[in-house]
Each structure stands twice: as structure tokens, then as C-alpha cells.
Ligand binder design. Structure first.
Ligand code: FAD
Ligand code: DLZ
Ligand code: SF4
Length: 512
């Protein structure tokens, strides 16, 4: 029998379920297709990274004697989509069956469901067990718990996986959560670890040139590309992180510093999401550092929580609520995405820095995504579909399974609080406390209204005012609403006026 195994660009693992039980004579299909690069116009760096990683992965398989049918984007007869390439491959290889691992996006799952009919060959769709919780596990969890809250899910995952456990149900060090220790602003003098760089080899250089040529008008920069694109380099990067950055990852997890996009973050998300690293091995290495005494519990717990907690939780929510989750708009937000999201041209320094780094690196760390850019999207009342598209385009780790719940559920509260107990709205003082952005800004976080006032300040109150009906039932906002209610009427009117004037003056619709 002849088996065709279709491996997608975010399934680049030797142990991905579709490659298990490989037998002599099997063919592995991989295809660069324009539809995947343009269904949203991905950041150039993301496409180049993925093509380079795909090409390296194919080479590795071949080195191990596996037959790989690799279709390059510039192949003259490239069909342009997964389905078209699968059909052509079926004609070439005449397989008896097709095996594929479930995809990371609903859109692609829908495509896969047509494949058996189109090709006339049985298609076996295997679960993606690189995730620690299967889709069924998460569904069962959601059924047995009252609401979808990270903390509860996370504790179950700790018990199930045994990470950082002292006994069967006892966390090491007696606590599940060290978040309190993990919100420190960065001291003025702090030495940042020197990251290893991985300059492009010939394969990556070629992928970069291809992207420049074919997708040159997409958002973002390709210059100084130095991210790992092979399994070996990804492992080196993981081990570097655990040794050099993990020990201080926890304490400064929420800090931001101008000109320092990475701080102590792992920068591993894109490697995990495309398959070059397995999330389990990332957690194993981190836990081993803790057990050796090389990294403190607040750092290691924080890191493992992000992976077996947040990452799995977010993915579970996506599949539980698709299709339809992307259309949610509980706060009825309709404003168009301002052009500065694409140009970086804004005098709000925190946004200019975070968006500029996003353009340069296809990366911003969590607090920039959440409390600077995300917070702005929320309090400015931006339309959820446009915000989703932006986040899916600009980050090298973005796939719908992880982008959508973070945008719809975490930053925009567009699902009405399904996964977050309150909207992550904040005024300028939060950004001031956690960063040094305000020092180089023409606005001041201390000024609330009028000349020089930080727009986050009046937008925050305007947001609460606008959404009173929808949010006033939320007990966690009681104090904010009490403060708003104590404000003099003319002050509230001025806040609303300034907020509207500010938002209406932002050009939109012209830059993407
Ligand atoms: P670290 O800070 O080192 O964290 C370690 C790991 O934890 C990450 O690599 C990631 O795998 C995982 N993680 C942490 N937080 C989350 C989370 N909220 N959801 C899922 N995984 C998490 N992450 C993506 O991988 N792809 C996305 O498209 C994406 N979009 C986001 C959009 C918004 C609006 C927000 C608020 C967050 C988004 N995140 C996304 C989550 C998070 O910001 C990134 O995973 C993280 O910044 C990646 O950098 P890092 O690897 O240095 O992470
Ligand atoms: C993101 C992406 C891009 C840009 N290009 C390809 C590609 O040419 N071939 C491929 O197999 N995968 C690509 N991907 C990743 C897919 O979009 C991803 O596999 C699906 O969105 C499912 O998660
Ligand atoms: Fe951002 Fe306001 Fe600080 Fe300027 S003053 S950097 S706009 S928070």
C-alpha cells in the first residue's frame, strides 16, 4: 500500500502524528502555496521564517532516507492552495490513503473535510497530540467546570502532567501561583542577557529573497533576520533561554523597556507553534533547571503556566467555540483600525515603540500585545474583525487557534467575558509604572485632560462610560464605576469630547 502524508507548515516535527508509523514507500508531501501566505497578508518575516523552516525540515527528512515531495512556491505549475496541491500529488503518486494531522485553523479543517470527496482517496485525520490536552479533554473539562477560567484548568493540567508537583495533588513549594512576585518593573540598571543570533544560511537566504520578490508589498521588515529555522538551532535557543534568561523571566514578565523588545522572554512561541520545538520539551527543560536549583520557582512556574496553562487553554477555547467565535462583538465596537497600526506613525510613544518593533521583528512580547496595543484596541472601541486580522498578520507566531481567543476573549472582551472575568482596560499610569515609554512621549500619564494629556487616560473613562450598560453588572469594575460616578458632569463631558475628537482625528482605511 502507498501512503501520502501531508505535512503543513506548522507541523514541522518528526513526532507529529501524521508521520508516526512511516513505512518504506510512503511519500511525505509539503507545499508552499500562495493561498496560505495571502488569505491574510502575513508579515514578510513570518512567511520567510516558515518557508525556511519547511525547507530545512524537508531536507532533514530526506537525509533520513524519507521520500519527500516538496512543492516550492515558484514551481511553474504550483496550484496555489493546499487542496490543489494535494490533488496534483494524488495524480503523481496514486496513493491508497492520505494521512494528515488536524490543522490549527477552522478554515483549513473545512478544506480537509472536502479532500476525500475531491481526490477519491480515504483521508485519515489524526489528532494533533503535540498539545498536552486533546480537544476532547478540553471539551470534557469545559463540561465539568462552571466557567472557563485559566486558573482552574491550569491546576488540573499540573496534576495531570505532574509538572512542578511535590505529591500527587501538592504543588512544589506549596503554591500554585507566583504571579504576585512576577509583576516587577525593570530596575534602571539591569543587564539583559546576550541572545545568540542565527544568521541566514543559503536556504534561509533564498526563502527571504523569494518573499521579498513575491510578497514585497506585505507589512514588515525582513532585514537582520536572525531567528532559528532548523530543529538544531531551535534546541540551542531553548537551552540558551533556560540557562540565561529563564531565571529572571518571572520577576520581569510584565515589564517593558524602550529599545529592548525581548527582555527575559523566551521568544520561543513561533518555534513551538510551527513544530520545531515541542511544548513538553520546553517545560521539561525549565523544570529540570528548577530541580537543579538553577532557576527560581516563580520563574519556572510562570513559564510552565504560560505553556501548559494559557497556551492549551486558549487552543481549547478556540475549538470549543468555532465556528462563530470570530464574529463575536459583545461590546458592539465598530471603529475602524487606524492607519498607524500599519505605519507605526503615531505620537503615542508606547504604541509607536510596540508597533515599530512588531514591524521590525514580527514579534512583541505579551504585555506589549496585551496592555499597550490590546488595551488601546479595547478602549478605542476598534472593530474586532479588523483587530483579529491585524494580530493574525503581524506576529510570526500567529495562527488562528492562538490569535483569535487572545484577541476576541482576552483583549477585546468581545465574547462577553467567556474567558476573562474583566476587560483588561487600563489608563496611562499602568503603562508608566511598567515601562519607560512615557519619558520619551509628548503626552504625560499624569495629565488627565487638556494639553499634553495621555490619551489612554481619557479613553479609559470614555470606554467605561460608553459601555456602562454592558459592563456595569461586572463586580470587578465596581470601583472604577464608583469613581466615574463621583466625577463632575462637566468633567465627564470633557472626557467624552476629547476622546471623540482624538479618535475621529485618526486616519483609517488607507494603509493596509
Ligand atoms: P514568553 O513570554 O516567553 O512565554 C512563554 C510561552 O508561553 C510562549 O512562547 C507561548 O507559547 C506561551 N504563551 C504565553 N501566553 C500565551 C497566551 N496568552 N496564549 C497562548 N500562548 C501563550 N501567542 C502566539 O503564540 N500566537 C499569537 O498569535 C498570539 N497572539 C496574541 C494576541 C494577543 C492580543 C495577546 C494578548 C497575546 C497573544 N499571544 C500569542 C500570546 C503571547 O503574547 C505570545 O505567545 C508571547 O508574547 C510570545 O512570546 P514569547 O515566546 O517570548 O513568550
Ligand atoms: C502560514 C503559512 C504560510 C505563510 N505558508 C504556508 C505554506 O505555503 N504551506 C504550508 O503548508 N503552510 C503554510 N503556512 C501555515 C498554514 O497556514 C497553517 O498550516 C494553517 O493555517 C493551519 O494551521
Ligand atoms: Fe503611552 Fe500615554 Fe505613556 Fe505616552 S504618556 S507613552 S501615550 S501611556
Amino acid at each position: 500500500s502507498r501512503t501520502l502524508r501531508f505535512v503543513l507548515g506548522d507541523q514541522l516535527s518528526r513526532d507529529v502524528s501524521s508521520l508516526r508509523d512511516l513505512a518504506p514507500g510512503d511519500v511525505v508531501l509539503m507545499a508552499e502555496v500562495s493561498e496560505e501566505a495571502t488569505y491574510v497578508r502575513h508579515h514578510k518575516r513570518k512567511i520567510a521564517f516558515l518557508f525556511a523552516a519547511m525547507r530545512h525540515f524537508a531536507e532533514e527528512l530526506r537525509t533520513d532516507g524519507i521520500q519527500v515531495d516538496y512543492v516550492r512556491l515558484d514551481a511553474s505549475d504550483n496550484g496555489g492552495s493546499f487542496t490543489a496541491e494535494l490533488e496534483r500529488a494524488v495524480a503523481r503518486h496514486r496513493p491508497d490513503r492520505i494521512i494528515v494531522t488536524e490543522p490549527g485553523e477552522w478554515r483549513v479543517l473545512e478544506m480537509m473535510r472536502t479532500w476525500e470527496g475531491i481526490t477519491g482517496v480515504p483521508v485519515e485525520l489524526r489528532p494533533d497530540d503535540r498539545f498536552l490536552a486533546s480537544r476532547d479533554d478540553f471539551e470534557a473539562y469545559a463540561k465539568r467546570s462552571k466557567g472557563l477560567r485559566l486558573e482552574h484548568f491550569y491546576r488540573e493540567m499540573r496534576i495531570r502532567t505532574g509538572y512542578l508537583m511535590a505529591g500527587e495533588r501538592e504543588p512544589v513549594d506549596g503554591r500554585w501561583n507566583f504571579d504576585e512576585d512576577n509583576r516587577r518593573p525593570l530596575p534602571a540598571k539591569v543587564e539583559l542577557p546576550q541572545r545568540p543570533a542565527f544568521p541566514p544560511d543559503d536556504v534561509t537566504t533564498e526563502a527571504i529573497a523569494l518573499v521579498e520578490q513575491r510578497f514585497g508589498n506585505h507589512f514588515g521588515s525582513l532585514s537582520e533576520f536572525d531567528y532559528p529555522t532548523t530543529r538544531d538551532d531551535a534546541l540551542l535557543y531553548l537551552r540558551w533561554f533556560v540557562r540565561e534568561a529563564l531565571p529572571r523571566f518571572g520577576a520581569y514578565q510584565d515589564a517593558m523597556r524602550q529599545g529592548a523588545p525581548l527582555l527575559f522572554h523566551s521568544h520561543l512561541s513561533a518555534l513551538m507553534n510551527c513544530g520545531l520545538l515541542n511544548p513538553r520539551e520546553c517545560c521539561d527543560e525549565a523544570e529540570a533547571a528548577y530541580r537543579r536549583g538553577d532557576a527560581p520557582i516563580n520563574a519556572v512556574e510562570g513559564f510552565i503556566r504560560q505553556i501548559i496553562g494559557w497556551r492549551e487553554f486558549i487552543r481549547g477555547v478556540y475549538w470549543l467555540h468555532m465556528p462563530g467565535y470570530g464574529d463575536e462583538n459583545a461590546l458592539e465596537a465598530t471603529r475602524k483600525l487606524p492607519d498607524f497600526f500599519w505605519t507605526g506613525n503615531t505620537d503615542l510613544n508606547c504604541l509607536a515603540q510596540s508597533i515599530g518593533e512588531t514591524r521590525d521583528n514580527a514579534y512583541a512580547h505579551h504585555i506589549q500585545r496585551l496592555m499597550v496595543i490590546g488595551n488601546f484596541c479595547l478602549i478605542a472601541g476598534l472593530n474586532p474583525s479588523e483587530v483579529q486580522e491585524w494580530y493574525l498578520v503581524v506576529y510570526h507566531d500567529a495562527y488562528e487557534w492562538v490569535e483569535m481567543p487572545n484577541v476576541v476573549g482576552i483583549i477585546l472582551h468581545a465574547d462577553g467575558g467567556l474567558i476573562a472575568s474583566k476587560p483588561y482596560a487600563a489608563s496611562g499610569s499602568y503603562i508608566d509604572r511598567m515601562s519607560d515609554y512615557c519619558r520619551s512621549c509628548r503626552y504625560s500619564p499624569k495629565v488627565k485632560l487638556g494639553e499634553g494629556a495621555c490619551p489612554f487616560n481619557y479613553l479609559y473613562w470614555d470606554f467605561l462610560y460608553r459601555n456602562r450598560e454592558r459592563l456595569a453588572g461586572n463586580r470587578r469594575l465596581d470601583r472604577s464605576y464608583q469613581t466615574l460616578d463621583r466625577m463632575a458632569e462637566d468633567r465627564v463631558a470633557a472626557i467624552r469630547r476629547e476622546a471623540n475628537a482624538f479618535l475621529d482625528a485618526l486616519p483609517s482605511g488607507g494603509a493596509y
